[in-house]
Design a protein around this ligand. Sequence first.
Ligand code: ATP
Ligand code: MG
Length: 573
Amino acid sequence: MRWSKFLITTLRDDPQEAEIASHKLMLRGGMLRKIAGGLYSFTPLGFRALQKVQRIVREEMNRAGALELLLPALQPIELWETSGRASQMGKSMFRLRDRGDRTMVLGPTHEEVITDYMLHEISSYRQLPCTVYQIQTKFRDEIRPRFGLMRAKEFIMKDAYSFDVSLDAADHSYQAMYDAYVRIFRRCGLRAQPVEADTGTIGGNHSHEFMVLAPSGEDGILFCSACQYAANQERAERQAPPCDYSTPSAEPRTKVATPGAHTVDEAAAAIGCPSDQIVKSLVYLADGKPVMALVRGNAELNECKLRRLLGCSVLEMADPESTAKAAGPFGSIGPVGVSLPVYADFGLKEARDVAVGANEDGFHTAHVNLMDDPDVRIAQWCDIATVTAGDRCPKCGAPLAIERGIEVGHVFKLGTKYTEKFHATYLDDKGQPQTMVMGCYGIGVTRTLQAVVEQNFDDAGIRWPVSVAPFEVVIDLLDPADPACAAIADKLEQDFEAVGVDVLVDDRAERPGVKFKDADLIGFPYRVVVGAKALAKGGVELKNRTTGEIQIVPPDSLVSTVSTHIQKSMPTA
Ligand code: ATP
Ligand code: MG
């Protein structure tokens, strides 16, 4: 393939809109073009890299025994009403009407469609287990599309679904997908770490996310270096921290004027105590019913953990009106004397001398003994605060560390959440109908591609791993008008193609400096320079993009030298 025919436009400067390295580099390297917020076109160059990721995903899914199929992106809303998710998805699901005025959605995911499909396909236990997958476009009206392919409105996902006769059998299907994911990310040249994850609106109890560690990642991940516990901050647990305020105050419970104090810090300043002696009280609506949650003043309430604890499908912060009705004015609420259920973080369990909102604007109540005050009724002590660095590991008690990660894949054990709703049954060996047990498994294919860049770049540009590079080799033909050089480049191009190595010949009439810069920016793993200078030394110049190592190789042995290099550096599963 010739550069002059390949429609590559690189950009000299960082595009304004891009914040993170991989987004900048994919735009500058001419792999991606923005159409509108959260919508991107892949250029011929970018599309090659995308197809390589897809090929790896496909090979490993097939190797794990999954069957590829293709489901429609356009789906009738009725399926979502059957599962109960039509309301849960809210505005993130694109909805439209067809000409017959039927409501349709653009699939954000495919649990509903696949369950409906499988219930018609599967009748007997003899057909199980069965895992199917597709590589397809998904649509989500993200609140904040950003970082290019990382959080887009339209993106490509590989989604797989397993169907089994029992929970035990489903464990095997889950493990097969988990193992396939480990191989996929390794083959893509990614360092990805499985972590325990929240299950979101999908439901079910067991799930892992595959995280690519990178400072730009949107997720916090807590790690224990002592026992290897690793969990997304959305669900990470901790051992209860010791409490500094466990001695009851000599003074009785007292109402204190705190005019204008609506935040923890303002209340602490007004009362004259440290901020962690204040209790943060928050009112939420759990499927519409008000509940109060308490955490220490210097902690954050974790909405994912609270939602899991309550087992509700929608948890939202109560509006000022509902808050006032359930407890008191926004910014001054507290647990004393309220009648709604109060869930308190277990970090407050020993708290016998703390201050809380008085449910009256401009007042707090000091010297509150949460444990023993008859006017404070705690429905449950629970782990609902967000875990941060330094908190104690839930498994072994060692201090946890935090890092940032990009979620590239997610595996769930769903159980019968969908199959029950859809009456997706099979006949067991006694002819009795039983509900199928399901798992679902997603990989953000386009996000994975960009994550590869986020983990593999330097100041000059991208450093593609050979497995997903758009071309493995670029040949910089320095003087296309020189017949001897042109003939060598021609021959090398043919020889590379003959052994299945993807090669691009930079045959543009550009200065060498421009060609070298572009080659580094786009990040081809191997650069071959064909020019009079190297030929005088008896060969062509071969540069390894990752190591920077340069050697002169005779043209005759170049293809075999590079092929050996490629084979050696190809990440194996
Ligand atoms: P996130 O928490 O990042 O919003 P999610 O948990 O909602 O993602 P899943 O429903 O688990 O996503 O989808 C499976 C995979 O699809 C994710 O692991 C991620 O790699 C990818 N993905 C999800 N949303 C997007 C998006 N808006 N743009 C690109 N990829 C996405
Ligand atoms: Mg997820």
